[in-house]
Design a protein around this ligand. Sequence first.
Ligand SMILES: [Zn+2]
Length: 237
Amino acid sequence: MEKLTYPDGKAKAFTVSYDDGVLQDARLMELLNKYGVVGTFNLNSELMRREFQWTHESSMAVRRLSESAVLRLYDGHEIASHSLTHPYFEGKDRAFILREMGEDRDNLERLFGRRVKGFAAPFDYWNPLMADCARACGFEYARISEESFSYEPPTDYYNWRPGIFHLDDRLDTFVDGFLETDTELALCQIVGHSYDLDAAGMWDRLESILRRVSRCPDVAFMSTIDAIRHLKSVRGG
Ligand SMILES: [Zn+2]
């Protein structure tokens, strides 16, 4: 039997998913656009209104982008919800979760004038009630924080584990393995925050990864939602 593929017969898909909507997203966007990589950006609409900022352990100030700064920034990339205020969800009830998910989606849809169909969990907490609420809010997937270290795309779209966090020591090995694997519908998803790239001084390292992947003719660059819609269609559900 022939192997299933991504659009245009590509054997593999590559995607990145970045959280929090911070200042460094502008530099990241230049890099993604230079190599034709399509990203997913997970935003907290309420914190964008407040121009929220905090101090990173490296003593760098991490600043959120304001509503006016983001309007055109993410053109050509996916916008997803990361909850209204980035709370820790453990112990929260259904009404609280639905509000954090649903109002964020509504705000982002109004602000960007497009549908928002993905959710990325803030922090590293996830539970079945949250998955149920994400479904009830009409999201087509919910990305969690726990990494899979696998090229096999998850089959549970509401407990979607990304491949690897970008500060993981194994990042280069993981990407090299992706370029070599013959896993059916192989997917490489890298997640992180763009401020990490400043804090860890790893812009060049990320660029060299994107350059390597962009030279591989077998790889489709897709947003998370497009990859998941495609997977649902070829896998039947
Ligand atoms: Zn976050």
